[in-house]
Design a protein around this ligand. Structure first.
Ligand code: HPA
Ligand code: ZN
Length: 332
């Protein structure tokens, strides 16, 4: 397969996306139109100025702008429109299954009702499922910079929406907020039959990945790219085949690696880790899923077999039924 046909193969194959923050799909154009519709002030004069501000040095500098942008989301229809726009991107990129994160505390702490957030997101995904067969799971993330009690409060509110929320995760500022801070919270979530995942080893040390595995009992690690610093951990991840939801363009934008050529995805593949590619916050990081795959393939000179493995892994690592996984994997 030459490079052109690898690109076509990437574009045409069915894919699952497993690491996507719905608030991170807020394109500057939509941010401006919602700001106008809701009469909300934003700290940018125009779209160009917003895009120029998307020049991050690390996770913390990104999060500041990301939480600022989310302030334009007020009503159920705003969350619907945001999610619908992402669903259309899925159709364009041949993403047939998506497992999205949302951050309710980003909104409830501004006085927005939990119900408004989840209902807008859920209605858009249900419409996409009906209209073009996009299957989905919704994962609620706790903001790890907040305290344990605030997170217990939001978990209580999520219980009323157990029919819509499949699992819980952990995001926001990693360093200084280790998984062990949330051991009791995740125990309660598991007792209420939420599956658990967590961001770990994006900027934080391998120790945080161990904690996510051992104390939070996660089924997947989000990012996890710091694992290669710990041989024992690599052995554990390779044996258990616990998935790592890698986000290459995000890692470059946030300075986890200097350049895409320096990314360790190929090394992870060679160590037989269960990795796949995801877009994280595509409106802020320069591309949706296909763009992530195409740029990473070129930068790391990934073979068509590598790409095939990544796409198959996206389904294997999903929370789809074994039967649905097989159906999609057979089409790759
Ligand atoms: N890391 C942590 N928290 C986040 C991210 C991320 O990449 N995106 C949105 N919230
Ligand atoms: Zn993320």
């Amino acid at each position: 397969m030459n490079n052109i046909s690898i690109v076509e193969f990437i574009k045409q194959s069915p894919k699952a996306e497993l690491h996507l923050h719905i608030e991170g799909t807020l394109e500057p154009e939509q941010m401006f139109s919602l700001a106008k519709r809701n009469n909300v002030q934003i700290p940018f004069k125009n779209i160009g100025e917003a895009k120029n501000a998307y020049n991050f040095s690390n996770l913390e500098s990104f999060l500041k702008i990301y939480y600022e942008g989310a302030k334009v989301l007020l009503k159920e229809e705003d969350f619907f429109d945001l999610t619908w726009a992402y669903a259309l991107k899925c159709k364009e990129d041949n993403i047939v299954h998506t497992e999205i994160f949302f951050d309710p505390q980003t909104h409830t702490n501004r006085g927005i009702d939990f119900d408004i957030v989840i209902n807008g997101i859920y209605k858009a995904l249900t419409k996409a499922e009906k209209e073009f067969g996009l299957s989905f799971k919704i994962i609620m993330c706790f903001l790890r910079h907040l305290n344990e009690q605030e997170c217990f409060n939001i978990l209580d509110q999520a219980l009323a929406h157990k029919d819509k929320i499949f699992g819980v995760g952990l995001d926001s500022l990693e360093i200084g907020n280790p998984p062990k801070k949330f051991e009791k919270l995740f125990k309660k979530a598991a007792e209420n039959n939420f599956i658990t995942v967590a961001h770990a080893g994006e900027e934080g040390p391998p120790e945080y990945i161990w904690e996510a595995l051992n104390l939070l009992n996660v089924k997947r690690i989000d990012h996890g790219v710091q694992c290669l610093k710990d041989e024992k951990l690599v052995e554990k991840l390779s044996k258990s085949q616990i998935p790592l939801t890698v986000c290459p363009l995000s890692n470059i934008k946030l300075g986890v690696f200097d350049k895409l050529n320096d990314h360790n995805l190929k090394k992870m593949l060679d160590k037989k880790l269960m990795v796949m590619v995801n877009s994280d916050d595509p409106a802020y990081f320069g591309g949706y899923l296909n763009q992530n795959l195409i740029e990473t393939q070129a930068a790391l000179n990934l073979s068509s077999e590598d790409i095939k493995t990544l796409l198959i892994n996206s389904f294997k690592s999903s929370f789809l039924s074994e039967e649905r996984k097989k159906v999609w994997i057979n089409k790759i």
